[in-house]
Design a protein around this ligand. Structure first.
Ligand code: HEM
Length: 172
C-alpha cells in the first residue's frame, strides 16, 4: 500500500495506490471488510449463505445435482442440516477470504486452495461466474454504488484466480 510523507513528517496511507496483484487500494480493503461485517451482522451469516445457494439453485438447477442434497426441493433444502452446514462452511470460507484481502499472497493461496478442492467435484467454470453474479446481487442490496463497485472489482479478481486455477489443475 502506498505511503506518503506529509509536510509534518507523519506517514499517511494513500488510498489511490492499488496493490499490483489484487488491484485493491487501502480504501477498497476497508470498504470490503466493513461492508462484509455489516452484511453478515445484519443479515445473519447462515441466512446469507442460504440466500446465496437457494438463489443459485433457482437460477441454475443443474448445479444442485453436484451436491449430496441434490434431490431436495426448495422448502426441504432450507431445513436440511446438510445444506445448512454447507452454507455456513462457504460463508466462513468467504469471511476468511475477506479478512485476508490486505495480504495478497495469502489471499491468492486461499483462492487457489478453494479452487483445487472443487475440481474433483466437477464444478464447471461457468458456475463460478454464476455464483459471483448471485453474491454481488445479494451484497449489493445493502450497499451504496461506490461500495458495489469495489465488490465487483474484488469478486472479478477472486473468481479469475479460481477459474484459472481450476483450468490449470484439470490440464495437469
Ligand atoms: C464463492 C465460491 C465458493 C466457495 C468459497 C466455496 C467453498 C466451499 C467449502 C468451504 C466447502 C466445504 C469444504 C470442503 O469440503 O472443501 C465446499 C464444498 C462444496 N462446494 Fe463449494 N464453494 C464455492 C463455490 C462453489 C460452486 C460455484 C459450486 C458449484 C455450483 C460448489 C460446489 C461445491 C460442492 C459440490 C461441495 C461439496 C459439498 C458436500 O459434499 O457436502 N462450490 N465449497
Amino acid at each position: 500500500m502506498g505511503i506518503i510523507t506529509s509536510y509534518f513528517g507523519r506517514e499517511l496511507e494513500r488510498d489511490d495506490d492499488p496493490d499490483p496483484k489484487t488491484g485493491l487500494t487501502s480504501r477498497d480493503i476497508s470498504v470490503l471488510k466493513t461492508t462484509w461485517k455489516r452484511i453478515t451482522e445484519r443479515g445473519g451469516t447462515l441466512e446469507i449463505g442460504i440466500a446465496i445457494f437457494t438463489n443459485l439453485f433457482e437460477k441454475h438447477p443443474e448445479y444442485q445435482q453436484l451436491f449430496p442434497f441434490k434431490n431436495l426441493r426448495r422448502e426441504e433444502l432450507k431445513t436440511s442440516n446438510k445444506f445448512r452446514a454447507h452454507c455456513i462452511s462457504v460463508m466462513y470460507a468467504l469471511t476468511c477470504i475477506v479478512e485476508n484481502v490486505s495480504e495478497p499472497l495469502i489471499l491468492e493461496q486461499l483462492l487457489i486452495k478453494q479452487s483445487t478442492s472443487h475440481v474433483l467435484r466437477n464444478v464447471p467454470d461457468q458456475a463460478y461466474w454464476d455464483i459471483k453474479t448471485v453474491i454481488l446481487s445479494i451484497v449489493a442490496s445493502s450497499m451504496n454504488p461506490s461500495e458495489v463497485f469495489v465488490w465487483e472489482k474484488f469478486l472479478k479478481f477472486a473468481f479469475r484466480i479460481m477459474v484459472a486455477t481450476a483450468e490449470e489443475t484439470r490440464n495437469n
